[in-house]
Design a protein around this ligand. Structure first.
Ligand code: SAM
Length: 191
């Protein structure tokens, strides 16, 4: 199969965009799989800002990076929510900010009541659109198999679809014939 699932497709986009030395954001670090993926893309001179409202997620992600012997120019992992993203990214890094990933929903194997919400996800995206430079890429993996996910998907779809096409390219990617609510990817690239 050359058609990738949502997770692999989101990683393929990041792989094309992120270069060594860049600054990147993992807006929902969870167990740190995406953070580790990003760390390998930005390399030793790169910068990562990661957040998750669950302190355990921050600790697990820190440990995952240690176990993988990751060295970075700077690493910020915090339990502040991504709706505080402007405060979390130093202005000196704005011009290096090439990508942000949001893997939405709840942590697999964790508390299903702790889930991303449309309100805070949209707040984070609006902030990122102000601070990211031209070429910046925001990748969202959206799961609508749970109630909040349905709201989030509806609101994200509505918000991103109205972004002006002279300033942003917006993509929706989803298998249309799969059972059990396959996730979709929404990607926004700043022109
Ligand atoms: N990317 C993760 C990985 O590789 O394991 C999986 C992320 S999981 C699907 C979604 C995560 O978003 C949960 O760990 C949850 O705690 C977190 N979350 C929920 N609301 C948040 C917020 N406002 N800011 C940051 N993280 C949030």
């Amino acid at each position: 199969m050359i058609l990738k699932n949502a997770l692999n497709f989101s990683h393929a986009l990041l792989q094309q965009k992120v270069q060594p030395g860049n600054a990147v954001i993992d807006a929902t670090i969870g167990n740190g799989h995406d953070t580790l993926f990003l760390a390998n893309l930005v390399g030793r001179k790169g910068h990562i800002i990661g957040c998750d409202i669950q302190a355990d997620a921050v600790n697990h992600t820190k440990q995952r990076l240690i176990d993988a012997n990751i060295t970075l120019a700077s690493l910020t992992l915090t339990d502040k929510g991504h709706h505080h993203i402007t405060d979390l990214v130093p202005s000196a890094l704005h011009h290096k900010l090439t990508a942000a990933i949001f893997n939405l929903g709840y942590l697999p194997g964790g508390d299903k009541e702790i889930t991303t919400t449309s309100k805070t996800t949209l707040a984070a995206i609006e902030q990122l659109l102000k601070i990211m430079p031209t070429g910046g890429l925001i990748v969202l993996t959206v799961y609508d198999g749970h109630n909040e996910g349905k709201v989030e998907r509806r609101d994200l779809y509505a918000f991103t679809n109205q972004l002006p096409q002279d300033k942003y390219a917006v993509l929706n990617y989803q298998f249309t014939n799969q059972k059990n609510n396959p996730p979709m990817v929404i990607a926004i690239e700043i022109k």
